[in-house]
Design a protein around this ligand. Sequence first.
Ligand code: TRP
Length: 449
Amino acid sequence: MKETRTQFATRLGVIATTVGSAVGLGNIWRFPYEAGVHGGGAFLLIDLFFIFIIGVPVVCAEFIIGRHTGSNIRGAFRALAPGRQWGLVSYIGLCASVMILSFYSVVAGWTMHYTVKSIGGFSGVTTPEALHAQFDAFASSDIAPTAWTLIFLAVNYLILSRGVQKGIERMSNILMPMLFVILLLFTVNSLMMPGASDGLKFLFTPNFSEITPSVVLGAMGQAFFTLSLGLGCLITYSSYFKRETPLLRTSLITAGLDTLVAILAGIIIFPAVFTFGQEPATGPKLVFEVLPSIFANMGGGAIWSTLFFLLLFLASLTSTISMAEITIAYFEEEFGMKRKKATAISIAVSMVLGTLCALSFGSLGGVKLFGMTLFNLFDYTSSNILLPIGGMIISLFVGWVLDRSIVRGELLAGGGRITGWGVSTVVFCLRWLAPVCIGLVFVYGLNIF
Ligand code: TRP
């Protein structure tokens, strides 16, 4: 009953949209704050392990499911495993994507606020302490952060309701290259700061005594989050891939560029943290309290900072679009809704939850579930629990249940120089390595026994 489905138009489009989904606040906001909380170098090392050894094969698994079925996540599992319980993973994906979109939009709203604020040079405030206080006052002020969250979600609606190729692809093609260039510029600037060597030492020297189960759990969650992995986002995107797209190569390029951006963000943030005497373990506000100090101390700071926050806002947008696309494709294809209606419902739900998350830095700060504010609860549960569970089910499914000829066929299609040996390695990771590692991290990290 499906008409010919839309596809990404070009090879660059495939990479730009997939990298556009992966690169976002996860790299520039979440990676530095998680690394800061979890001791820097040790966290980075484990994060890299999870990205390349566990993440890349699971990305391939999502690609295989998505391109083979050309369907939304519910439809994909129905086609591949009719009448079996595997499809339940799609509901985890749908719930988690709404949760992530909600808290993510709050932070994206902060980037919009700071884009505007930068134009005025942060109202003339320049000392790190005062800039810090300025951000705190803003984040806890209820109305402004909520308004920005809603504006951000409204922008998502405008782009998403126009459809896949026109909205998503065109935007990503321009934005992603621009973001790289500006990050490189700031990297050079940070390397010249007095705190550079302390910052780099913090980020790159793993102190093995700091590796605890919760560091490992955090790093695994970060790896899944930054790769947009585990809730079918990549199943949905790869359903728009062409037959010729080489899957393993696309997943490696995505993981490589994504990691590069996170490391650059770390090199930008940590030298500044040590230069301005800030605390690395600040948590979600870290980047927003540190970055303005960097800009305030640069020549032409107002211009740089406007450009930076603008690009960060746009990078967030290419990521949230990919999250929302999961539920939109689901409503469209499973319930035959029109694109506009499907988009409106998805965005409206996130507007309600997003408002609650925005308020959890202000009036709702005292409302705690399991000792966490709503914002932190959404962030923690979705990344550290739901995404890895989703990833585990997806890798077990592709490793054990899916017909091997489908797996081979999809991985070998489009060339990309993958051999039979490469296919076997991916399958081995999906059957054993990924499920066992994720399972172990759960048992220890969540202290199940
Ligand atoms: N990877 C994105 C980032 O790092 C966030 C993201 C987009 C995401 N789509 C997702 C996270 C799906 C989890 C699942 O900013």
